[in-house]
Each structure stands twice: as structure tokens, then as C-alpha cells.
Design a protein around this ligand. Structure first.
Ligand SMILES: [Zn+2]
Length: 288
């Protein structure tokens, strides 16, 4: 009898501790440093600079390569862009209909450990940061291939934050090079006209740059490694646009409005240039 009570007590103790043990095991697992979402639309979202997480065992970059003149060296985050990418994905699904999602790749690691918007030799200094960098680019490359194969066209939006003008969103396409396919298929107006992406955003109240849309892009926001690698000039069959958001577009208070407008502009863009119209109309359109 005593032995039975002892066994029962052990079982009760084990049952009580199990959730604690599993929680402890979970807490010790490192969080995934690249968020990946496979989608169903020819739209790919990338956010390389919004992450906050530490890369365990990796010191902050010192910038020695960049100090030798290899390029611009930045350690600060593009605040709010990780959240913006998630919110935009939700807004797109809301706009298109249930199950219609963009592909998404977000770096959750802080930029001081690695910069996915740089070529590998300038992106990280500690080899332990390489798997995170590779994970980011393998995901983006894989999604671009899937979209190209399935849709024969696609749009990659690389989301960033800039501190030059709080009320402005800058477009970076290397002055049109990373949207070569769009321009070839639909003509220059698809890139610089009133129904271009910038045109569709300006119509909805955004301050955009360049404006006129065919003017030279800001030299600081021309479009970095990601849009240059996956954009229309590199044979992956995808057009890529870097969007640099001013602070007013990416605060916790403004985010919802930003993504609702951007999803609406993308719906218009997709109907015109991606053969991928949304299944539903926006509340505004439905009320007209
Ligand atoms: Zn950035």
C-alpha cells in the first residue's frame, strides 16, 4: 500500500513538473532568426533591417571591411519595419481574400550582427552569423523561383526605414534596372506613369520620391543588394522595388493605415501588371 502511495506521489509530481520541464526546454531553444512564410500570390515581402534579436555568441560588427572603403556601414535598425512587414501580409490577405498571402522573409536578428542587404563578404564578420545570412537569402531565392515558375512574373518589395524625410517614401530600383521586366512587358509608364506603383501610392495620399516618378532616385536609396540580386535584371524573372519609409509611415499608430493603403495600391498594381487581381473589393470600392 505504502509503495503504491509512493508511486502515485511520484506520478503526480512528474505530471506537475512536465509542463515546467517542457517550458524550460522551449525557453532554452534559440528563437528562429529568420521569419519565413510561403505564400500563394506573386508578391514577396522582404524586411532585412527591422530585427531586434541577438545572434548568440556573435559580437557586434566592427566594420573593418567597410572602413577600408568597401561600402556604407550601418549598425542601426530600421525601426518598425519587422512589424510593418507582418502587418502588410495580413492587410494583403484581408484585401485579396482568405488564404491569399504574399511570401515573406524577415530578419529577426539585429542589424549590428549581420546585414542581409549586403553581399556576403560585407554582411557579417563572425562565421557564426553566416547561417542566418544564408537562411535569409536561400528563402528569398527559393520563393522567387517558386513565384517565377508558377506566375512567370512577380514583385519583390524590400521594406526599409529612412531618417531623411519623415513624411516621404523613397523608391529604389537602381533607376529602373530592377524592374526591367515590368518596363519591357508594359512600357515605361508602368514604372514612371500615374498608374505605376509610386503613382498609385501618391493618388492615395502618400508623399513619394522621386516625383515626377521618372526623375532620378535619391542616391542614398537607389536600391541595395537585395533588389539588385533578385530584381528584373538578374534573370530570376522577378521585379524588385526597395521602399524606404519615413518615420510617419511606420510608427505603431500609423502602421495600420500604411499597410491598408499599400495593400490597396498593390491590389491595383496586381490587376494591371501581375495578372493576380484580388478576390474582394476594398470597403471603399464596395461602397462606390
Ligand atoms: Zn534598411
Amino acid at each position: 500500500m505504502c509503495r503504491f502511495i509512493g508511486l502515485a506521489a511520484k506520478l503526480i509530481l512528474l505530471a506537475c513538473c512536465c509542463p515546467l520541464i517542457s517550458t524550460m526546454a522551449y525557453a532554452e531553444e534559440p528563437p528562429p532568426l529568420v521569419y519565413k512564410q510561403a505564400g500563394t500570390l506573386p508578391i514577396i515581402l522582404s524586411a532585412p533591417h527591422g530585427g531586434k534579436l541577438e545572434v548568440t555568441g556573435v559580437p557586434a560588427r566592427a566594420g573593418e571591411e567597410q572602413a577600408k572603403g568597401a561600402g556604407k556601414f550601418v549598425l542601426t535598425r530600421d525601426t518598425g519595419t519587422e512589424e510593418l512587414a507582418h502587418a502588410l501580409s495580413v492587410a494583403i490577405e484581408k484585401r485579396w481574400g482568405k488564404g491569399k498571402k504574399p511570401y515573406v522573409v524577415i530578419s529577426r536578428a539585429h542589424r549590428k550582427y549581420l546585414d542581409p542587404n549586403r553581399p556576403a563578404q560585407m554582411a557579417y564578420e563572425d562565421p557564426d552569423a553566416k547561417p542566418v545570412y544564408d537562411d535569409y537569402h536561400n528563402a528569398l531565392a527559393g520563393y522567387c523561383k517558386v513565384v517565377q515558375k508558377q506566375f512567370r512574373q512577380g514583385l519583390l518589395l524590400d521594406l526599409h526605414g529612412q531618417g531623411t524625410a519623415a513624411n516621404t517614401v523613397y523608391r529604389g530600383t537602381q533607376n529602373g534596372k530592377t524592374v526591367t521586366l515590368l518596363r519591357e512587358r508594359y512600357g515605361e509608364t508602368a514604372h514612371v506613369g500615374g498608374t505605376s506603383l509610386l503613382g498609385l501610392l501618391k493618388t492615395r495620399g502618400w508623399t513619394v520620391f522621386p516625383d515626377p516618378f521618372g526623375g532620378p532616385e535619391h542616391t542614398g536609396y537607389l536600391g541595395g543588394y537585395i533588389v539588385q540580386t533578385y530584381g528584373g535584371n538578374r534573370g530570376l524573372g522577378i521585379d524588385a522595388v526597395q521602399l524606404e519609409f519615413g518615420q510617419e509611415y511606420r510608427t505603431a499608430e500609423s502602421r495600420e493605415k500604411t499597410v491598408t493603403i499599400l495593400a490597396d495600391a498593390l491590389a491595383d498594381y496586381s490587376t494591371r501588371y501581375l495578372d493576380s487581381p484580388p478576390a474582394r473589393k476594398s470597403a471603399d470600392e464596395a461602397a462606390r
